[in-house]
Design a protein. Sequence first.
Length: 309
Amino acid sequence: MPALPTTIPHGRTARRLDWVHLPPTVRRAVERRLGSPVVDAVSQTAGFTPGLASVLTSADGSRLFLKAASLKAQSASARSYQIEARRLRELPPGTPAPRLRWIDEVDDWVILGIEHVEARAPHRPWTPSDLAAASAALVETASALTPAPGLHPETFAEAFAGFPAYWDALGHVGHAAEAAALAARYREVTAGDTLLHTDVRDDNLLVRPDGSVLVCDWNWPVVGAAWIDSLLLLLGPRGDGLDVDAHIAAHPLLADVPAEAIDIVLALVTGYYLTSAAEPVPSSSPWIREAHWWLGEVCWQWLADRRGW
């Protein structure tokens, strides 16, 4: 499977706040939670959001992963952190995800303290071993989160209701009408009672020294079919040249999913990525449009291969 070239600097795509940029009141509140002064803060540079995401080291040697965003200046990030905190609290024991230690709101800042995990991101280009480990984690996650725990968020159908319309701007693309018709059928195949992550990418996965994987950044959860996260995981590996169709054929969740259902979901997200790629580049996320373009091209080529277009 040929890889699709990319110039995206994986692991260095974010333009984030640093610990020193937080207001003194916020830093003091965090140190009170820690019970010890912060002596080191290492910003995590993966991802595409501007909120603070740093590993803090305290004077007593303990570590914590901190997220923070202002409800005034970074409202989207701050509200997504509030959602993430609620979902992390609801994850049952054994779910392969970092645990929430606490959440605080100081002035207009939302602050999350999450357990620090010694881990790395999956290698880019993706390797078969990292894909196998990430895939196993998502199978485990789907089992732990079926039925969806806690107060249910939106369904997949509700959250993605606007996605078929992205094809309206892509009429110039060959086979756009057929792809749009597929995307319009997404409600037929995405219903379920599993809590889904919906944003499964290498920068939202942690590979621990023992090879096991944790799923982090639960900012956009919905309830839907158990296999959807496992499919979305494959976009990066497919673009990096791995044979994901063979992976699907042996997958405990994906192997029995009708091919048409997979094509419908691919068409749904393809329209979103290709349309979003043409939007202006936000100053807070300089690489997000190139990432959208790359994912859109990966999805489109995969869908075209599957449909014989």
